[in-house]
Each structure stands twice: as structure tokens, then as C-alpha cells.
Design a binder for this molecule. Structure first.
Ligand SMILES: Nc1ncnc2c1ncn2[C@@H]1O[C@H](COP(=O)(O)OP(=O)(O)OP(=O)(O)O)[C@@H](O)[C@H]1O
Ligand SMILES: [Mg+2]
Length: 307
């Protein structure tokens, strides 16, 4: 009996789209042992061969690839631990290294779960009208078959990868997007070489000067985002990391196109209100732009009318 597929009229049936999907994703560490055998052949438990060559060039980050990134085919991925479990995705720390050499880098692997509750609402809200080529794939997703749910998770991973790729190319402060493969997004690990992750802004207690310095990074980053026509869509002090004084935006699968999305302005306002409230509550003073003026600034940058 196949490991994947769905039962219809008492028989296991896998249609072509699903088969393509399964083939594309079979070489993944989290699939059952027999499927993952090729990926882990001869390696210690928990390791897999680097998945770099399995992503097509469009599923890899913008070129030139950074020097620190290990792209050698002989590299091995070792899972070092979990950074965070969430409702929709789990984030793991992975070391990609060439055995017997000094070539090594740390990556954050964000693995989307086959969609659950919040995702259901979110994908209807955000993915509405997003073009899906295969109509049978569409049906599998609508019916929430096992494969259909994995397809939704794949779409989220791809959406986040596409967003951070565009933003990274535009020079915005986001982790470098390494590659996307199925439901897994690999990106630059933001943290220390010993694997300690950078704290979320919400976990920091910046003194007044540091608070101002962070605000002075946030405003241009969000302005640049708005100029590109986007709102983060879920901006809060939990989706910003602070590494050695540097602010980075993360968690962007739901990036909103503020021009084409009829509720674009609302998302922009909500993001601005959320984050400026956090800074105001911590007593931000001395800034060129008052927290309360962020919404207006972002609307102007995006070319939208005032709220
Ligand atoms: N590139 C990264 N480097 C270091 N840590 C990261 C990175 N990406 C994510 N993390 C950690 O994993 C956490 C979860 O990531 P993210 O916010 O993208 O996922 P999420 O599942 O949507 O989370 P949530 O639902 O809690 O917002 C982050 O808060 C951060 O602590
Ligand atoms: Mg998050």
C-alpha cells in the first residue's frame, strides 16, 4: 500500500498532480524511512545529504550566493535542535557542512505543517484568488486531503520564500533566503555561531538609546517595504529579531500587496499601529517620527490615501 495518497471508493488513488507533488518532496528528512532512504544513505541518524541541489535555481536565494553559504554537493545537513514550535510551522537549527573541511554554516529551517486551524482561516483570507494552476490540485486542497493539506503548506513556504527573496534583493533587513523545497524554507540563521538565536524584539529590554536606534532602523525598513507596495501583514515585536543591535524582519508568508489587495490599507495600518504601540509603551523619545505618525508615513510611501 502506498504511504501517501487518499482513499476514494475503497481504493488508494493518487492522481498525476499528487504524484508529481510527492515525487518532488520525497527526498525529505521527515518522510517515512523508506522514502527518505536516498536522502540519508550512509549518514548518522538525524543527518541528511544537503538538499541544495534539489531546489531549482528559482527555488534558491538571489545571486551572487553569499560567501558563507555552503553550496557544495558533498555537504551534509545536521539537525542541531528546535528553535521554536508554532501552530503553522516549526523552526529548526541546521548545520550544513562539508565533512572533513572547515566549510560550515548555520541555517534556520522553517518547516510548515500540513495546514491546521488558523491556517484554514488565513489561507482563505490571504490566498483568495491566488492563482493555482492545477485544478485537481485545487480540489485536493479544498477537500483538505492529506496531500491537499501538504500542498497548502508548500504554498505558504513558497510564498514566504518569494517574499524574502524579493525583499533581500531590494536590500531590506531580512534573513538571506537560502532555498525552498516542498514545505521547508531554509534561511540564514540569525544568531551567534554557537547556535544561540537572536532574541525577538519583544524579549529585549532596550535602554532609551537602544530603543531609539531600533526605531531608526524600523522606520526606513517599513518605509522601503511600503514603497515596494507591501505590508508585512503580521507585524509585531515577535516577528522582529534583534542581533547585536541590528533589527531584522521575519515571518513573512502573508506579505500583503497593498495596492491589489482591497484591504491592503487596513493591513498596513494594523502593522503600523501594532509596532508603534510597542515602541510608545517603552517610552520612545527623541525620534524624528513619532510612533503615532507611522501609519501616515507608510500610507504616503505606498501611495495610498490617508486613513
Ligand atoms: N532566520 C532565523 N534565525 C533565527 N531564528 C529564527 C529565524 N527564523 C525564525 N526564527 C525563530 O523562530 C521563531 C518562529 O519563526 P516565525 O515567526 O517565522 O514562525 P511562526 O511559526 O509563524 O511563528 P509564530 O506563529 O510564533 O509567529 C521566531 O520567533 C524566531 O525566534
Ligand atoms: Mg512569528
Amino acid at each position: 500500500m502506498p504511504t501517501h495518497g487518499y482513499q476514494r471508493r475503497g481504493k488508494w488513488r493518487i492522481d498525476d498532480d499528487e504524484l508529481t507533488f510527492i515525487k518532488r518532496n520525497r527526498n525529505r528528512a521527515r518522510l517515512p524511512a523508506e522514502d527518505a532512504a536516498d536522502a540519508t544513505d550512509g549518514l548518522p541518524e538525524g543527518d541528511r545529504w544537503s538538499t541544495w541541489d534539489q531546489s531549482s535555481p528559482t527555488q534558491r536565494g538571489p545571486q551572487p550566493y553569499p560567501d558563507w553559504l555552503v553550496t557544495e554537493l558533498a555537504a551534509v545537513d545536521t539537525e542541531l535542535g528546535i528553535l521554536k514550535t508554532g501552530k503553522e510551522a516549526d523552526v529548526f537549527l541546521v548545520r550544513r557542512a562539508v565533512p572533513g573541511t572547515h566549510r560550515s554554516c548555520l541555517l534556520a529551517a522553517k518547516r510548515y505543517r500540513a495546514a491546521e486551524h488558523r491556517m484554514f482561516q488565513r489561507d482563505s483570507q490571504y490566498l483568495e484568488g491566488r492563482r493555482v494552476r492545477e485544478s485537481r490540485a485545487n480540489r485536493a486542497m479544498a477537500n483538505r486531503t492529506t496531500v491537499g493539506r501538504a500542498m497548502i503548506a508548500t504554498q505558504w513556504a513558497e510564498a514566504e520564500f518569494a517574499a524574502i527573496s524579493q525583499l533581500s534583493s531590494a536590500g531590506l533587513p531580512v534573513p538571506y533566503p537560502v532555498q525552498v523545497l516542498g514545505t521547508e524554507l531554509l534561511m540564514e540563521f540569525i544568531g551567534d555561531p554557537d547556535g544561540t538565536p537572536a532574541p525577538r524584539l519583544a524579549e529585549t529590554r532596550p535602554d532609551p538609546a537602544s530603543l531609539l536606534a531600533l526605531w531608526d532602523q524600523l522606520v526606513p525598513a517599513l518605509s522601503a517595504l511600503a514603497r515596494l507596495g507591501f505590508a508585512h501583514g503580521d507585524l509585531s515585536a515577535f516577528n522582529l529579531l534583534v542581533h547585536r543591535g541590528r533589527l531584522l524582519m521575519i515571518d513573512m508568508p502573508q506579505v500583503v500587496d497593498v495596492i491589489t489587495n482591497p484591504r491592503g490599507g487596513e493591513f498596513l495600518d494594523r502593522d503600523a499601529a501594532n509596532i508603534s504601540r510597542w515602541f510608545a509603551a517603552r517610552g520612545l523619545t527623541g525620534s524624528d517620527l513619532e510612533p503615532g505618525d507611522l501609519t501616515g508615513r507608510l500610507r504616503a510611501e505606498a501611495g495610498l490615501n490617508a486613513a
